[in-house]
Design a protein around this ligand. Sequence first.
Ligand SMILES: [Fe+2]
Ligand SMILES: [Fe+2]
Length: 160
Amino acid sequence: MGRKSVEIVGLDVKGLIADLNSALADEWNATYQYWIASKIAMGINAPTVIKALEEILKDEQEHANELAERITQLNGTPITNPKKFGELCKCKFIEPPKDPSDLKKIVDDVLLAEACAIEGYNKLAEKTRGKDHVTYHLAVHIMQEEIEHEAKFELLLAKL
Ligand SMILES: [Fe+2]
Ligand SMILES: [Fe+2]
């Protein structure tokens, strides 16, 4: 968008946009992973797990919004075709377990996605620190929320 706002980025902007799009693919994969799990989860503790999944997937969608906003600020285009998610993501999309009453597996898989997200945003923060303050703050902000998600699901797993 703004010429100056792109000019002050002390990094290869194309590469940065690619990193942001990769994170965007991960956020949509996580959103779908949590959403589909929330639709099929079964068993006595399913309501608790479903509630947690529904809450967290809203955060992941918000992360996707924030990433898309930063990409357009940098004159980039957020991924326009979901077919690209698989190609661009850094974290693998994890299908729900064959047995939808295996709530432990559902939560374990969420924890894998959260761990991968934390690692990704940590790397993005390291890469942008002192070079692109706006993306740096965004990466740290999202990472803080991913850390909260991990803690929440670790607690939930201990109760299952
Ligand atoms: Fe996220
Ligand atoms: Fe998360």
